[in-house]
Design a protein around this ligand. Structure first.
Ligand code: SPV
Ligand code: MG
Length: 460
């Protein structure tokens, strides 16, 4: 009897790494490829370069492949139980990477019918990601932007609970990075608050982008931007995204509310209004389809609990947003316990990473978020609130004392400011450029050289 072999793969840009696996697989029997559908790839590493249909067309021309079927999830189990192949063949790189749990599950499932996992030595230095990297390496600026989105994506998809911290201008962004955080939350509340504006889209999207540009220019860690409800419809949202990408912002969160937005912690008579689910899905889809940086992250923020709905509405919407292409879902809640998030996590079958903002349930132990399987926690406004607190005290004290004597020891020094803005670097550069002596680099004109030669001749 002919043996059967299963290979699950994305095969976004077919390369000799794929061919090595497929050749080996064909030595074991008839090969079925479980080709990852586009929706898995949206949340896995990057959006696909090629669609399912075009990837399938390319694979059909590979003689080692007998059959191609859809693989609907990163988990191979469903297709394996259907086909019961004698072998699964895969590159051995997943033994130690973030997909090792998928490998372990496959080994267990194969035991049900005595199947076997065959691992092919990973073909070094070739993968779709490596190809993209090679191309973008030509362009340092874009590469840096792409790297930032990649870092944010790694953070969201990591197995560990991760944390990102609020910043609202260039200086606070530097301070967050200095503290050791791997990412920054550019909070809409704090960014508009720092401009003296309400969190009701009083700052235009381009004014927001201007502040974000200062922030992105001074840090190496990725910035996840609070994009509110996208400043309008799908078109406004994608224009906003495109401007974020051009300024090196790593990703954006859009909430399923109306424009102009209302802060989630403000009580509104009759409850806050949600966006139509399909309209919001179209917004997410449009942003995903128009992004240029393949790693740029779009997170869909679920406001169902904020608007007073229960778990059914929340779950229905989360599934839809994920299907529309959201890389992660931010589940927001305004109650003082983690009950909303607990209930959500009980039902969510880990289709994509979940992000939370525990501003109101701040007393829930962080370990609990770990146990729930949360991907990332946003500490959403605590730098801005601490600035307000300290500035209020300082102003009051100086006003009352008509002296600086009581505040000096409690606040950052002027030297601190110089250190953050790297004054010493400017000094170094000044010594090089202000009195730049170019004379030794000037190549004399030919006529001048000839004239000098003539002078020498004449003197002889
Ligand atoms: C923000 O920080 O602007 C947020 C989070 O959107 S919250 O204020 O909790 O809605
Ligand atoms: Mg906000």
């Amino acid at each position: 009897m002919n043996k059967t072999v299963y290979c699950g793969m994305a095969c976004d840009i077919l390369n000799h790494g794929h061919i090595n696996v497929l050749r080996k697989a064909s030595e074991y029997g008839q090969v079925t490829v479980g080709l990852f559908v586009d929706s898995i790839l949206n949340g896995y590493e990057r959006i696909p370069i090629n669609t399912y249909d075009t990837r399938k067309q390319v694979l059909e021309s590979v003689s080692y492949v007998s059959n191609i079927i859809e693989q609907q999830s990163l988990d191979f189990t469903e297709n394996l139980r259907k086909l019961k192949p004698n072998y699964v063949v895969h590159g051995d790189n997943w033994k130690n990477n973030e997909y090792s749990h998928i490998r372990e599950k496959i080994i267990d499932v194969l035991k049900e019918w005595d199947g076997e996992l065959v691992e092919v030595p990973y073909t070094k230095d070739i993968s779709t990601s490596a190809i993209i990297e090679k191309i973008v390496n030509e362009d340092k600026l874009r590469n840096n932007y792409i790297l930032k989105s990649k870092k944010l994506r790694q953070l969201l998809f990591s197995d560990k609970l991760e944390f990102i911290m609020e910043a609202h201008n260039g200086m606070s962004a530097k301070i967050v990075e200095e503290a050791g955080f791997k990412g920054i939350w550019a909070s809409g509340l704090c960014l508009s608050g720092s401009l003296g504006l309400r969190d009701n889209n009083e700052a235009s999207w381009s004014q927001v982008v201007d502040v974000l540009e200062y922030m992105a220019n001074v840090v190496d860690i990725p910035i996840l931007v609070d994009g509110d409800s996208g400043f309008g419809n799908f078109n406004n949202a994608r224009i906003f995204c495109s401007n974020l990408e051009k300024r090196g912002i790593a990703g954006v969160v859009f909430e399923d509310k109306l424009f102009p937005k209302t802060n989630s912690f403000i009580e509104v008579e009759g409850g806050q209004k949600l966006a139509d689910m399909n309209e919001f899905c179209g917004k997410i889809r449009a942003c995903k389809e128009h992004q240029v940086n393949p790693y740029f992250v779009v997170v869909a923020r679920l406001e169902a609990f904020i608007a007073g709905y229960g778990i059914e509405e929340a779950m229905k919407r989360a599934l839809a947003y994920h299907a529309a292409g959201a890389d992660a879902i931010l589940v927001h809640s305004k109650i003082s316990t983690s009950a909303d998030v607990d209930e959500f996590m009980k039902r969510w079958d880990n289709r994509c990473p979940i992000v939370i903002v525990p501003t109101k349930y701040y007393s829930t132990p962080t370990d609990h978020f770990k146990e729930l399987g949360i991907s990332t926690v946003i500490w959403a406004n605590h730098n801005f609130r601490s600035c307000i607190d300290v500035m209020r005290k300082t102003s009051k004290q100086i006003f009352e004392d008509q002296s600086l004597a009581n505040v000096e020891k409690n606040i950052a020094t002027v030297k601190d400011i110089f250190n953050y803005t790297k004054e010493a670097e400017l000094k170094k550069d000044e010594s090089k450029y202000v009195n730049y002596d170019v004379s030794e680099y000037i190549v004399p004109l030919k006529e001048k050289v000839e004239q000098e030669q003539n002078n020498v001749e004449n003197e002889k």
